[in-house]
Design a protein around this ligand. Structure first.
Ligand code: G3H
Ligand code: ZN
Length: 282
């Protein structure tokens, strides 16, 4: 049994000056591939299931959560389970019983005072139930389904506001806006490494990078050297998966057995996880 707590993985990475990768799980194949890729890289990993992924599965958390847990438990590397981008408090309240050791409460698109009030309540509940809680300050745009007008592009987390936010909410990890954006299909984001250093200098808790699929390897390495710890990746896995499915279907028009395209898709995700895990955790 190699299931560990997210808080322990993140704390160990922060102490060692390394990053820890958190990959989005949408289907069972994602979970299998992420663990296989992390094992190939011999790196710890966080499996994260977002509120949007739960919505994709009809709103039920348990089927995909239990599948991810069952994949994690026999893994040869340490694996933690995280509930990501939770906006619905009713979903957050299911996290502990469903086997998650952490959650991200996503109120980053709300005005500051509302973000503080809602996040403080989420953190109190999380701590009463033994969960590590991540929150967001300085909206990271581009999330599927999010209001495009919530924040202007290029918004940044202010270090003074971040210190006040962490003190007011008691959160354990902070997602910050430092130049990345969700769901990028090209790796062209330029991070504000100076801002990451300033945030890391004034905050004791670990920083979280969202939208890391759009960030080139060297930028990820610089961000970690500057103090970034948890690095969230989703879209890169879906690019790999969908590319492999397209290629398999294009190569054989008579193909009908889903295993014939899901197997290469799973292998493609695993290889992406292996490569990125090495960038993030070494
Ligand atoms: O929380 C999840 C991540 O921020 C994923 O972002 O799909 O752009 O890599 P990405
Ligand atoms: Zn995110």
């Amino acid at each position: 049994m190699t299931l560990v707590a997210t808080g322990d993985l993140v704390a160990a990475a922060k102490r060692a000056g390394r990053g820890v990768a958190a990959f989005n799980v949408i289907t069972l194949e994602h979970a299998e591939a992420i663990v296989a890729g992390a094992e190939a890289a011999a790196c710890p990993v966080i499996l994260q299931i977002s509120q949007n992924a739960v919505k994709f599965h009809g709103g039920g958390l348990l089927p995909i959560a239990r599948a991810a847990l069952a994949v994690a438990e026999p893994a040869a590397v340490e694996v933690a389970l995280h509930l990501d981008h939770v906006e619905d408090s009713a979903l957050l309240l299911q996290a502990a019983d469903a086997g998650f050791s952490s959650a991200m409460f996503d109120a980053g698109a709300l005005p500051y005072e509302e973000n503080v009030t809602n996040t403080r309540a989420a953190a109190e509940w999380a701590h009463q139930n033994g969960l590590w809680l991540e929150a967001e300050l300085g909206y990271v745009g581009g999330k599927p389904g999010a209001m495009a007008s919530a924040h202007a592009a290029g918004v940044r987390t202010d270090p003074d506001e971040a210190v006040a936010f962490v003190a007011a909410t008691g959160v354990d990890g902070l997602a910050v806006a430092v130049g990345s954006s969700h769901a990028m299909t090209s790796r062209s984001a330029a991070l504000d490494t100076d801002l990451i250093s300033r945030l890391a200098n004034v905050l004791d808790i670990p920083l979280v990078l969202h939208g890391s699929s759009g960030v080139p390897d060297d930028e990820i390495r610089r961000a970690i050297a500057a103090g970034m710890v948890k690095v969230n990746v989703g879209t890169a896995l879906n690019i790999a998966m969908t590319g492999a499915v397209r290629a398999a279907l294009a190569a054989d028009e008579s193909l009908v057995d889903p295993r014939k395209y899901l197997a290469p898709a799973r292998d493609a995700i695993a290889e992406t996880v292996r490569v990125l895990s090495t960038v993030i955790s070494r």
